[in-house]
Design a protein around this ligand. Sequence first.
Ligand code: AMP
Length: 174
Amino acid sequence: MTVEQLRALVRDVPDFPKAGIVFKDITPLLAHARAFARTVELLGEKLRNRDVNALVAIESRGFIFAAPLAAHLRVPLHLIRKAGKLPHDTVSISYELEYGSDSLEMHIDSIDPRDRIAIVDDVIATGGTASAAAKLIEENGGNLVSCTFVIELAFLGGRDRLDGREVDSLIRYE
Ligand code: AMP
């Protein structure tokens, strides 16, 4: 399957979760067995090209892609979650939202400074979430070599928010 065939399985849902947002719904892609497997394969190639050997998945749709990817690549999987969800000791970072702020957490033992780490999420929109995740990893000694997304909403400029860090995406919307 080609990237264009995968793109055709991403459904646009206008005005979700609020007016003016066109939500990229990945459930048709997940429901198509060959397309989901192909997505994991293609992301895996990108990560292999960067010699990535550990993944950090961002809650929650990032988990859907990062988990099979980590198993496919035979690399460790670590989680970044919203505040209060991880059971062990955590490190955290706060970041600004359109209204107010939010925070992300990661277990203190997730980072091995010898690893070449990639962040994995389903969508990069403004880049706020990924940039907070990148800082959380780097401030705790991690070597972040790629921020990898299934979908990039390029017109929102999320890449710029990542300040020169490597960004890989499969399906771009200009
Ligand atoms: P941002 O921090 O603006 O890059 O937003 C990234 C997070 O919000 C990702 O974890 C996405 O799952 C979600 N997200 C933002 N915009 C969209 C969209 N248009 N469609 C689907 N998910 C989105």
